[in-house]
Design a protein around this ligand. Structure first.
Ligand SMILES: [Fe+2]
Ligand SMILES: [Fe+2]
Length: 441
């Protein structure tokens, strides 16, 4: 009997790729996702349209869940190794690292819509086509979810790209198209994200076009809104009551929509500390940023549901502005401190809304409260980790005092024009709310 016939046959399709072959592919996917998460977080402050500011955080949170699953799976498949390095996958990971250096917001979003997310979607579909659902079932489960996420994301991004292209100048459009073309050609040269691995094709073709990333210390804001520094009179005038009844309903919804500063700050700290802290930080910061985006959307949805249009809604910048030029740990302090210091009032306000039969404000306030309890933990945890890592950093109390001082100093700069502007916006909103009330009663 020949050697070949000495054993039962084992050549089956599902055995084509071995444990370490697929581990390398999954490791590559993790690094690609990670680069895009950091890029999306960094760009949030620099992109004006509110829909994009609210939606990108959901995308990056979904991406972070996928990247986390990928990372865990690589560790399982390569046990006991906990080593996770770009290695031979550097040529393709370098192309994902280019995302953040897009020459402008339009180029950034267009590249997500036309290159990066489609490349990942195609790679995940290709992986699922060859994956052995028996041996590698856990990967199949989360990559199927990732495919669904990417399909939704691409639908969102196609709409955003169209809107941004419409609003862009011919020069901005040309820059964005050149960027996307250079990226596509670079991916063609480097090869797919598939099992065979990338080739080293030298410097990406985007190199002459990219711009070193700079965080938008002056945030881009949606011009359809009533743009201001202080988003309600009581911020700069202690005589203007937070209020009860419709005043409380409006103030609370305006506060929620004004959590845009918190979205931008969540993105800022994820971007600043992702390469300094452990992966768990990126996962927490992604969720933190997504939660703030949901809080903003809560306010926007309530206000538009009461008939307000964007031009009637104030969007302020003062807390974000207070940290301008400060180290990123101050932005983390701002997010931790100003978002959680009123946590105790949220349950009182939810009760007040219940007594007004304002179910939606109560509902949003209760869910917001649950999120804030998580955020209080995130802030305490990561400020402490940073302080342990960098003993020269101030402690949490000193950071919070500094945040208070910075915000108070900014409030001191309020001008008569700021006061006139926000009183006019608020009075118009209150008058409209009263007219709505009269119409229904
Ligand atoms: Fe919030
Ligand atoms: Fe928060």
């Amino acid at each position: 009997m020949s050697e070949v016939n000495a054993y039962l046959p084992g050549q089956r399709d599902r055995a084509r790729y071995m444990r370490l072959d697929v581990a390398r592919v999954l490791k590559r996917f993790h690094f690609c996702e990670r680069a895009l998460i950091i890029a999306q977080a960094g760009w949030i402050a620099g992109i004006a349209p509110l829909e994009i500011k609210i939606t990108l955080p959901r995308h990056l949170w979904e991406d972070a869940l996928t990247a986390g699953e990928l990372r865990n799976r690589v560790f399982e498949l390569r046990y006991p190794s906990r080593l996770l390095e770009p290695g031979d996958d550097s040529p393709v990971i370098a192309l994902f690292d280019e995302a953040i250096q897009a020459p402008g917001a339009l180029a950034f979003v267009l590249a997500l819509a036309r290159v990066y997310k489609p490349v990942l979607l195609e790679a995940y579909r290709a992986y699922l086509d060859i994956a052995d659902v028996i041996a590698d079932g856990p990967t199949v489960r989360f990559l199927r979810a990732a495919v669904e996420d990417k399909e939704h994301q691409l639908h969102d991004l196609a709409g955003f790209a169209t809107e941004l292209l419409k609003a862009a100048s011919a020069d901005e459009q040309a820059t964005a198209y050149d960027w996307v073309t250079a990226l596509q050609q670079s991916f063609d040269r480097v090869g797919s994200l598939g099992i065979e691995g990338p080739h080293d094709a030298g410097e990406p073709l985007t190199a002459p076009l990219h711009q070193p990333f700079q965080f938008a210390e002056v945030p881009a804001r949606d011009p359809r809104f009533s743009l201001c520094r202080f988003y309600w009179p009581n911020v700069i005038d202690p005589n203007f009551a937070y209020g009860e009844g419709i005043l409380l309903q409006l103030r609370s919804a305006v506060s929620h929509v004004n959590e845009v500063w918190a979205i931008e700050t969540g993105g800022a700290i994820l971007n600043a500390f992702a390469n300094v802290l452990d992966w768990e930080f990126t996962l927490d910061a992604a969720r933190w940023t997504y939660d703030e985006a949901r809080h903003t959307l809560m306010g926007y949805e309530r206000l538009t549901g009461w008939g307000f249009t964007p031009d009637e809604i104030p969007l302020g910048t003062y807390i974000f502005d207070s940290a301008r030029g400060e180290p990123a740990i101050i932005r983390m302090g701002m997010l931790h401190y100003f978002e959680t210091k009123n946590i105790g009032k949220k349950t009182d306000r939810a009760e007040a809304f219940a007594s007004y039969h304002d179910d939606v404000s109560q509902h949003d306030m209760e869910f917001d409260w649950a999120d804030e309890t998580i955020h209080a933990h995130y802030g305490a945890k990561w400020l402490k980790v940073l302080q342990q890592k960098f003993p020269d950093l101030p402690d949490s109390d000193a950071i919070h005092e500094r945040c208070d001082a910075l915000v108070n100093a900014l409030i001191e700069t309020a001008t008569d024009e700021d006061r006139r502007q926000i009183y006019a916006i608020a009075e118009k909103m209150i008058a409209k709310a009263q007219r709505t009330l009269e119409a229904v009663s």
